[in-house]
Design a protein around this ligand. Structure first.
Ligand SMILES: Nc1ncnc2c1ncn2[C@@H]1O[C@H](COP(=O)(O)OP(=O)(O)OP(=O)(O)O)[C@@H](O)[C@H]1O
Length: 265
């Protein structure tokens, strides 16, 4: 259903400082992501994950460095063009509780409408229905958002982002509030969508299972960037989270699995 091609993303020495004279919340970060890749941002509380995501959807302007989207500096693009290319699903829940699920998902079409109002017509309706189907929300289409559970609302926000037909999808902890089955479904969706995706994740095993690349942050500093099996090694994870991390190979599922233990005094 995505009409737009996946976007290429590049960060070139991007840092962010709240106020002059204070230490950066995100230190200079450089990375490149080819179209269609899934990048996981991981790290302990306060590491700078949300800050980095905010820099990607043009909510924060970098203090230094640039964010390039398909070779264009996002601060040289119009806000509308960024909104056409980048969709974000954030932690904060919306307050549009009086709108129906279909109305919320249809809001995803807003950046693509031209002129004043401009009803979307048949194509918009088709895209909205496609997004509702993808998140198994057809049965909820006429319910008011305020009557939905936290997990159902989370799925509505993902559907709205898909209706936006972005080239880059930003997800802040997308599995929060979701039960195991819906977590697995969202992870499968992340793997299957032909989009470039940047997602913060607390669960490192999940990150290893779904991401092509991982960025490991601690106190705003990059501890590693690359494929999960390289970045999420025992030494780096132990250092980042101040724990003893152990990586075991599970022979039945042929996957690696991290477990964590408090360091001995
Ligand atoms: N606007 C702000 N004013 C003051 N401090 C801020 C602001 N934004 C971020 N910070 C601080 O910067 C650090 C990084 O915050 P950020 O929300 O990016 O971390 P995070 O990795 O997403 O954390 P968590 O896993 O707890 O959600 C934190 O110590 C936070 O308190």
């Amino acid at each position: 259903m995505t009409a737009q091609a996946a976007a290429g993303l590049e960060l070139e020495g991007v840092s962010w400082t709240l106020k002059k004279g204070t230490s950066p919340i995100l230190m200079e970060t450089t990375l490149a992501l080819n179209p269609g890749r899934v990048l996981g941002i991981v790290g302990p509380n306060g590491a700078g994950k949300t800050t980095l995501l905010r820099l990607l959807y043009r909510y924060y302007r970098p203090t230094s460095g640039r964010v390039w989207l398909d070779g264009e500096d996002i601060w040289r693009m119009s806000a509308r063009n960024v909104a056409r290319k980048v969709a974000a699903v954030l932690q904060e829940q919306p307050t549009d509780f009086a709108l129906t699920v279909r109305e919320i998902v249809a809001l995803g079409r807003t950046p693509h409408r031209s002129g004043l109002g401009g009803f979307g017509g048949a194509r918009d309706a088709e895209i909205v229905d496609g997004a509702l189907d993808r998140l198994a929300l057809r049965g909820f289409a006429d319910r008011h958002l305020g009557t939905l559970s936290g997990g159902e609302r989370q799925r509505v926000m993902v559907a709205r982002a898909l209706a936006q037909e972005p080239g880059l999808l930003i997800l802040d902890e997308p599995t929060n509030h979701l039960d195991i089955r819906h977590q697995l479904e969202v992870l499968r969706l992340i793997r299957d969508l032909p989009l470039t995706i940047v997602t913060s994740l607390h669960d490192l095993n999940m990150a290893a299972g779904v991401c092509d690349d991982v960025l490991l942050l601690k106190s705003g500093r990059t501890l590693g960037f690359g494929p999960p099996h390289t970045v999420l090694c025992e030494a780096s994870v132990s250092r980042a989270f101040d724990v003893d991390a152990r990586r075991d190979h599970l022979s039945l599922s042929a996957t690696d699995h991290l477990t964590f233990h408090l360091q001995e005094e």
